[in-house]
Design a protein around this ligand. Structure first.
Ligand code: PEP
Ligand code: MN
Length: 337
């Protein structure tokens, strides 16, 4: 059960509501978000007339939510969450957000060329990793905080926002001034310490689905961040590991409409990691639009074959321009159905 409180509620009035919940057999968890809302997430099983709580002083709204995740559920908040990145750049249902860039941030020249490409194609958010989770400890592991600072300076010249992966909570403070969206990578979906730490941050967080994560688990991971105090959340389908070896991951297109039904959070599709093969990133990206993704994130590089990581799934600039044109046309077509 979610009880939305008056943000200015007096603590004595809040205490009364908590006591009433306790007598009804419910444990109240208080959630105050950095975005200024105040909730009691009440956990319990007993049936009672929710109007008994709904009519109490200080209660703005009350909803019964039976799912394990509560605050991210669409059963409670029917209006989709809008992620406002400032400067008129928003991620929201009905508009297709595009995020593109290399797998890894490599050099000033690479960043500049990518920014020129994105600007020319109307893409407002650049992706790239400065902390890279790699299977081999000998592979390129990213330029770190200095690379992020350089990247940040360049993006501000172009009016483009940054999404980048944070791998551990100790990196958050240093990264904070230079990041527009923190990405939690697939390998960290259930890193609950990291999720707790991101709950204390007033910046959007995009959580990627773990390689063996169910949708319920993904939603509960986002509940960690929300209940920790940060409502600015996005989810990302990036493929799961199955027995199939013909492609890198099994891109779960099913996940997109199901997540859209279950949560009010924006759902982003990552066809690059989803299929892992350059030739098929485009059709999977277009399919993602048709099944209802609110945004697409994909990898692009001036010379994919020379990329420091994930070159095999990275589009060239001409391929990317072509994809962006088709994505926009597909989205317009879908909106007109
Ligand atoms: C990435 O976005 O480059 C990345 C490492 O993604 P994932 O966590 O989905 O593997
Ligand atoms: Mn990658």
């Amino acid at each position: 059960m979610i009880i939305q409180l008056d943000p200015n509620i007096a603590s004595s009035i809040k205490h009364k509501i908590e006591m009433k919940l306790r007598t009804l057999g419910y444990e109240a968890n208080e959630v105050k978000t950095l975005q200024g809302s105040s909730y009691l997430v009440a956990i319990g099983k007993n049936e009672f007339d929710i109007r008994d709580i709904g009519k109490m002083d200080g209660v703005m709204d009350i909803h019964r939510v039976s799912d394990a995740y509560k605050l991210v559920s669409r059963k409670w908040r029917v209006n989709p969450t809008i992620i406002d990145l400032g400067d008129g750049i928003k991620i929201e249902e009905g508009k297709l957000a595009l995020m593109a860039g290399p797998c890894s941030i490599e050099s000033e020249e690479q960043i500049r060329k990518t920014l020129e490409h994105l600007k020319a194609n109307g893409v407002q958010i650049m992706r790239g990793g400065v902390y890279k989770p790699r299977s081999s400890p000998y592979a390129f592991r990213g330029l770190g905080i200095d690379g992020l600072k350089m990247w940040y300076e360049l993006t501000r010249e172009y009016g483009i926002k940054i999404i980048t992966e944070v791998m551990q909570s100790s990196q958050i403070d240093d990264m904070m001034p230079y990041v527009d969206i923190f990405q939690v990578g697939a390998r960290n979906m259930q890193n609950f310490n990291l999720l707790d730490a991101l709950g204390q941050v007033d910046k959007p967080v995009m959580i990627k689905r773990g390689m063996s994560g169910t949708l319920d688990e993904l939603l509960q991971c986002s509940e960690y961040v929300f209940s920790g105090g940060n409502e600015k959340l996005l989810l990302c389908e990036r493929g799961i590991r199955t027995y199939e070896k013909a492609y890198r991951n099994t891109f779960d297109l099913n996940a997109i409409p199901i997540l859209k039904e279950k949560t009010h959070l924006p759902v982003i599709a990552d066809p690059s990691h989803g299929i892992g093969l350059r030739a098929y990133v485009e059709p999977m990206a277009l399919a993602s639009v048709m099944v209802g993704a609110d945004g697409i994130i994909f990898e692009v590089h001036e010379t994919p074959e020379k990329a420091f990581s994930d070159g095999q799934q990275t589009l060239s600039f001409p391929e990317s321009s072509d994809l962006i044109r088709k994505l926009k046309a597909s989205h317009a077509l879908k909106e007109g159905f």
